[in-house]
Write a protein that binds this ligand. Sequence first.
Ligand code: HEM
Length: 393
Amino acid sequence: STLLDELTRMTGREDPYPRYRRLREISPIVRADDGALVITRHADCLAVSRDSRLGHIPSHMLDFVSPGWPDHPALKQLFTSILALNPPDHTRLRRLVNSSFTARRVQALGPRIAAMVDELLDRMSGEVDFVEAFAFPLPATVIGELLGIPEPDRAQFQGLVRDWTQVLETHAPEALAVADPAAVTIREYLAALVAERRRQPADDLISALVAAEEDGDKLTEDELLTMAGLLFIAGFETTTNLLANSVVALLHHPAQLALLREDPGLAPAATEELLRYDTPAQLLVRVAWDDVEVAGVPVSGGERIVAYLGAGNRDPERFAEPDRLELARADNAPLSFGGGIHYCLGAPLARLEAQIALPALVKRFPKLDFAGVPGRRDSLAIRGYTNLPIVAA
Ligand code: HEM
């Protein structure tokens, strides 16, 4: 429990991995002070993500967990989105979004992503903050482009999205005071955009969502705005962190960085390894709906389970020398996009962005290096940097 305490404080956030290891060695399933069961093995994390007897807090129980949540726009956006819903609501909405957010639509973005990467790299020289100059604008531009958000409007969302994402960590009044107005602004913006696309459809995801229909079923206006809001938010932050975490990992492993510089064909394998090595989404939370067994331990209905993906990704039972960054690692299977019915919808997009961006970056700057100490984002669930000073040379 001291280990868990440390993980939830800044001391543990800087480098949680040794603590994950000690935790797993003590026991792969541990009860935290708040009653939640914490699991750290790869196989157990995977099983939990796929177990249909586990899910998110049922909506009728949310009132106990987060009283008054419907009055908070930030929580409403979260709890009514596919990220937090259970079947059958989840199944229905996920099918409707799957029909719009297709592999074809993502693949078609490849050339645009490559052009955006070049444009951003052209603007970088000397000492720059990698988060501000690249890791944030790239995914923001890509998701903006995908959804169909006009270019000049995109910049304003950086702060708004960051404010909203506080609710992924805490529902404390101070956090809600910041997150709620952000959620309202984002939703109002998207409502205006949806109205425009209803009048005049374009070749973008918003228009596809407006038109989406499965077996005569359609998204309501409310569902459409919640879906667009979730895609928008999910598309920003996590990919930003993947890019920044990757650069830090590569700079700490110059020989591995050199491999990627010499062989851009390594990019797909390198992306999987970087996702594994320092994943942006460190944990999944589930609730048992019934009495079940998890990791060999009986769990009662209503109990919470926290799967530490970051720990499972470093499990020596699954990965040889798990603390080593090895871009060409064979048979890689990072847990980083979750699993089961909530498997990350944006995984193909996030992968494509990293696969294009990382080799281009290291090739463009042969003397790429740190220019100062990176600032750690104050979160365990979302692992990343607030700023990352680099020398782009
Ligand atoms: C779900 C991680 C990028 C959209 C998830 C989940 C994880 C995850 C772990 C599962 C959550 C759970 O089971 O509780 C990541 C990481 C990313 C990334 C590490 C980048 C490196 C994206 C992008 C988008 C996106 C770019 C959208 C454009 C979503 C959505 C869900 C989701 C909509 C909910 C799916 C569902 O519940 O059915 N993501 N994600 N993600 N992600 Fe991502």
